[in-house]
Design a protein around this ligand. Structure first.
Ligand code: UD1
Ligand code: MG
Length: 472
C-alpha cells in the first residue's frame, strides 16, 4: 500500500463537503449518506490521511455543517466553513486563509468515496513532475453523462485547455468521453492569484472550480490532465441509485479482500459486510449474512444464513446458526448461538456457552459452559459458569420504573418455566424447581420451590363424564 506522507507544509488535502446534494432528495447532507457502512466523507478522509497527516487535511463544511463535523471529528481533520453555498470554486475561495501557506493542495470531492491513496499520490507526483499550476484527474467511464468534460489541447497531449460542464456542452463536445473527476492538484500561488477571476456566469449561477482550468491557461500557467487507471475509482454519487451502485462495488471489493485472506463467503453478492469488519481465516459465511459496523470475528467460525451482527466481537470457533441478531456484544471462543437468538447490547457470552432458539439476552454475562437453550429472556443478569437455564426461564428485570439485577451463581440449575423476580440471587449449586416464581434469594446448594403444590383428585374426570353417556 501507499504511501509517502509529507508531514511538512508542502502539501494539504482539501475535501469539498459543503454541498447539499439536491439530487438525493434527502434531508441529510450528501456526504453523510453511507456506502459500505460508513459516510461518503469518512471514506475520502480515510484515503486522504494515508497521503498526508490528518492535521493537513481540511474538510470544507457548509450545509449541515455541525452534523458533518460531528460525524468525522474523531478522524482528527481540520474544518473550514463555507458560509454560503456558492459552488465548488467558492468552496476553495473560502479556504484561502487556511491553506495558502502550503505550496500545493490536493482537492478531493467528499462525494467520491472510492478514491485510493495510491491514486491521490500519483496525481501529486504527476503534478510536481509537470510543474503544473493545475492537474486534473480524469477518467473515461462507460457513461460520461452528468460529468464535466476535459478539453485537451490535442488528444495526445496532457495539457488542457478547459473543462466544460455537462449543461454547457456543445453538440460536438457531448461526444467527448474524458470526464473531470472533481479531483485536482493545484499550486497554491497561481490558484489564489487567479481565483477571484471566477464568475457565476453559468447555468447554476455558481462559482465553478472547473473554470480555473481556462483561467489559468489564459494566465499562461500550465494545466494538465492525468487519466485514472480505473474509472470506477472516481465515480461520484449524486443520486440514491448511484449511491447503491457505489455501495455494491465497495461490498464486492470487501468480500474479495476477505476471501483472499482465507474467509469462505458463499454467494458473496448476497452478504452485506461493512468496510471496517475484520474476519479471521477459515471462517465460513453463508448467504444472506450481514456483518456491520466495527465487528471483529475470529477464525474457524461458521455464520449461517440470515444472521445480522453489528459492532460485536466474536472469538474463534464460534457457531452462529441461522437467524441470529447480535448487537454490541462479546462472544468468546467455542460458543454456540441460535438458531434465532437475539443478543442485545451488553451481552457477554463466555467460552463454550450455548444460547439457543428464541433466547433473548441483554446486558448479561453468561458464564463459561453455561446453557440457555430454549425460549428464554435473560436481562441485566450475572450468570456464573456451568449454569443450566431451563426452557422458558424469564428474568423479571423491570418493575415498571427501574431495572434490577438477577444473579445466578456457578453450577446452579434453573428448572424450566421459572420466573426470577429481580433483584434476586440464586446461590452456587442450588436448584430452582420447574415452574417456580422466585422472589427471595436462594442460598447455595438449596432447592427452591416457588409454586403451589399439585393436588390430584382421583376419579374426578370419570365422575364428571358420568357413567354410560357414551362420550368417551
Ligand atoms: C463536479 C464538477 C464536475 C465533475 C464532477 C465529478 C464543478 C462545477 N463540477 O460536479 O466537472 O465532473 O464534480 O464528480 O465543480 N461542494 C461544496 N460547496 C459548494 C458546492 C459543492 O463544498 O458550494 C462540494 C459538494 O459537497 C461535493 C463536491 O463539492 O462533495 C462536488 O459538488 P457537486 O455538486 O457534487 O458537483 P458535481 O455536479 O458532481
Ligand atoms: Mg458530485
Amino acid at each position: 500500500m501507499p504511501s509517502k506522507k509529507s508531514s511538512n507544509h508542502n502539501l494539504a488535502v482539501l475535501i469539498m463537503a459543503a454541498g447539499k446534494g439536491t439530487r438525493l432528495k434527502s434531508k441529510r447532507a450528501k456526504v453523510l449518506h453511507q456506502v459500505g457502512g460508513k459516510p461518503l466523507l469518512a471514506h475520502v478522509i480515510t484515503s486522504a490521511r494515508q497521503v498526508v497527516p490528518a492535521e493537513n487535511v481540511y474538510v470544507i463544511v457548509g450545509h449541515q455543517a455541525e452534523e458533518v463535523r460531528a460525524a468525522v471529528a474523531h478522524m482528527g481533520v481540520k474544518f473550514v466553513l463555507q458560509a454560503e453555498l456558492r459552488g465548488t470554486g467558492h468552496a476553495i475561495m473560502s479556504s484561502r486563509d487556511h491553506v495558502r501557506q502550503y505550496e500545493n493542495i490536493l482537492v478531493l470531492s467528499g462525494d467520491a468515496p472510492l478514491i485510493r491513496p495510491t491514486t491521490i499520490t500519483r496525481v501529486h507526483d504527476f503534478h510536481l513532475s509537470r510543474k503544473a499550476a493545475m492537474t486534473i484527474l480524469t477518467a473515461e467511464p462507460h457513461v460520461p453523462i452528468g460529468y464535466g468534460r476535459v478539453i485537451r489541447t490535442s488528444p495526445s497531449s496532457d495539457t488542457v485547455r478547459a473543462i466544460v460542464e455537462q449543461k454547457a456542452l456543445t453538440k460536438q463536445q457531448e461526444k467527448l468521453k474524458e470526464i473531470n473527476s472533481g479531483i485536482y492538484a493545484f499550486a497554491t500561488r497561481p490558484l489564489f492569484a487567479n481565483i477571484d477571476r471566477l464568475t457565476t456566469d453559468n447555468a447554476h449561477r455558481e462559482f465553478y472550480l472547473t473554470d480555473m482550468a481556462a483561467i489559468l491557461v489564459k494566465a499562461k500557467a500550465r494545466v494538465v490532465a492525468m487519466k485514472a487507471d480505473d474509472p470506477n475509482e472516481v465515480l461520484g454519487a449524486n443520486t440514491l441509485a448511484e449511491l447503491a451502485e457505489l455501495d455494491a462495488m465497495l461490498r464486492a471489493a470487501k468480500a474479495r479482500e476477505l476471501m483472499s485472506a482465507g474467509v469462505a463467503i458463499y454467494r458473496p453478492e448476497t452478504c452485506v459486510i461493512d468496510s471496517e469488519v475484520e474476519i479471521g481465516a477459515d471462517t465460513v459465511i453463508e448467504p444472506f449474512v450481514q456483518i456491520l459496523g466495527k465487528s471483529r470475528i475470529g477464525s474457524d467460525c461458521h455464520i449461517r444464513s440470515f444472521s445480522i451482527i453489528r459492532d460485536s466481537q466474536i472469538a474463534d470457533g464460534v457457531q452462529i446458526r441461522a437467524g441470529c441478531i447480535i448487537d454490541q456484544s462479546q462472544i468468546a471462543s467455542q460458543v454456540v448461538l441460535g438458531p434465532y437468538s437475539h443478543l442485545r447490547p451488553g451481552s457477554d457470552i463466555a467460552e463454550g456457552a450455548h444460547v439457543g432458539n428464541f433466547v433473548e439476552v441483554k446486558k448479561t454475562r453468561l458464564g463459561r459452559g453455561s446453557k440457555a437453550n430454549h425460549l428464554t429472556y435473560l436481562g441485566d443478569s450475572e450468570i456464573g459458569a456451568n449454569v443450566n437455564v431451563g426452557a422458558g426461564t424469564i428474568t423479571c428485570n423491570y418493575d415498571g420504573v427501574n431495572k434490577h439485577v438477577t444473579v445466578i451463581e456457578e453450577g446452579a440449575f434453573i428448572g424450566s418455566d421459572s420466573t426470577l423476580v429481580a433483584p434476586v440471587r440464586v446461590g452456587k449449586g442450588s436448584y430452582v424447581a420447574a415452574g417456580s416464581t422466585i422472589t427471595d434469594d436462594v442460598p447455595a446448594d438449596a432447592l427452591a420451590l416457588g409454586r403451589s403444590r399439585q393436588t390430584v383428585k382421583e376419579g374426578w374426570a370419570k365422575k364428571k363424564r358420568g357413567s354410560g353417556t357414551g362420550n368417551r
